[in-house]
Design a protein around this ligand. Structure first.
Ligand code: PLP
Length: 381
């Protein structure tokens, strides 16, 4: 029996350190390493990861939103933070006070920032986003050139960076679309250079690009998922293996655990859970787990997934409820209340990976780790 709460997440600090140093060895000393810690560090806990990444070699951190940057600032005063997502006009003052670098693509934002720069006397670092084929945030070549000129005119703004983001690099082993985006990015960089617009930091690499293509590194990389020890996809893994590069041992850093709340015997022919979707065919011993879709344990795992108890697989019976899951422990001896249950991670020689959860839920490892409810205690191990 352990003194942990009912449900908790274990974060392996060694795994995080290992991943950061592997990424460093891939990009070398001269490329800024800027791990993405958005989405509560992909469910791994923002502050735990920010601190470890900063302590073990990250140069910058990337977040999505201002609130994440502010949270990091409570423990790390100096590390450069790039906010990738939109910051509202009325929040810009706070962004500047927190010394974040931000992405700009609206003139309204530029004007507001310039005012703030003028009143505070600060020089504000901004990055522009080039549209190269993702059609998310960003500006196309001509718009971008005009926009950069506008930025350059603002006395208190420093056009520090330009970046783009790949749309189709981890979803396929055919990287032609990504290479086309890279070419478009080069075209844009050349155009800016021709117009005399100098931008010191150029970046485009997410995890897949960082791992597969050194020509995408420029002077900064923004790996997310790989920092947590997860491959972006099977396709990325296969591409990596067939590239002839030396093997890369990313270490998954997260395990998700709970405890058994009740053990009970039920007869053959009994239904289990909402919708009566499961009917026992023999006498069954069930363990009741205090976990559900509220916690981020996807309802699509109903009747599909298994958990690990004493190193053995216990299949889920019936539907995942909001706060409860039922699993079959008929063939697992000596199961007792408060025994540890692994929802994600290893137990004995068995292991449930984030990729496995992603397969069951019809999603990807990214989503299944990121959605683990933020208020569940993260414990560093
Ligand atoms: C999330 C994100 C990344 C990191 O992507 P991974 O696939 O997790 O490495 C990089 N850049 C931008 C703009 C992002 O939004």
């Amino acid at each position: 029996m352990n003194k942990h709460p009912l449900t908790w997440v274990e974060i392996s600090e060694n795994a995080l350190k290992n991943n950061v140093s592997l990424l460093r060895s891939i990009v070398g000393e001269h490329v800024l390493l800027a791990p993405c810690v958005k989405g509560n560090a992909y469910g791994h806990d923002l502050l735990t990861c920010a601190k470890i990444f900063a302590d073990f070699g990250a140069d910058w951190l990337c977040v999505n939103a201002l609130f994440e940057a502010k949270k990091i600032r409570t423990i790390l005063k100096d590390i450069p933070i790039l906010v990738l997502g939109y910051i509202q006009l009325h929040e810009l003052q706070e962004a500047v006070e927190n010394n974040v670098k931000l992405v700009v693509y609206n003139t309204e934002t530029l004007e507001q920032l310039e005012k703030i720069g003028a009143t505070t006397g600060k020089e504000i670092d901004v990055h522009v986003k080039a549209e190269t084929g993702n059609n998310r945030q960003g500006l196309k070549k001509d718009e971008l050139v005009t926009f950069c000129k506008e930025v350059k005119k603002k006395k208190h703004l420093r056009l520090e960076g330009i970046y783009t983001h790949f749309a189709n690099i981890e979803d396929t082993t055919d990287h032609s679309y990504a290479m086309q985006q890279l070419q478009t990015f080069h075209d844009i960089l050349l155009e800016l250079e021709n117009k005399g617009i100098v931008i010191p930091i150029k970046h485009c690499a997410n995890s897949a690009a960082t791992l597969l293509f050194s020509e995408t590194h420029f002077n900064m990389v923004r790996p997310g998922i790989a920092s947590y020890g997860l491959w972006p996809s099977n396709e990325t893994y296969v591409s990596y293996l067939s590239s002839g590069k030396s093997p890369l041992m990313l270490s998954p850093a997260l395990a998700w655990k709970t405890k058994i709340a009740q053990v009970k015997e039920i007869d053959a022919g009994q239904f289990i859970g909402y919708g009566c979707t499961y009917k026992t065919t023999h006498q069954t011993r069930l363990a009741i787990l205090p976990i559900g879709y509220y916690d981020g344990y996807d309802r699509k795992l109903s009747n599909q997934a298994y958990v690990l108890i004493h190193g053995k697989r216990a299949p889920i019976r019936g539907r995942v409820c909001m706060n409860i899951v039922m699993v079959d422990v008929t063939d697992i001896p000596d199961v007792h209340i408060e025994d540890e249950v692994v929802l994600l991670g290893s137990s004995g020689s068995e292991r449930i990976t984030a990729e496995q959860l992603g397969n069951w839920t019809g999603s990807i490892n990214y989503e299944d780790v990121t959605r683990i409810r933020e208020s569940i205690l993260r414990i560093s191990v």
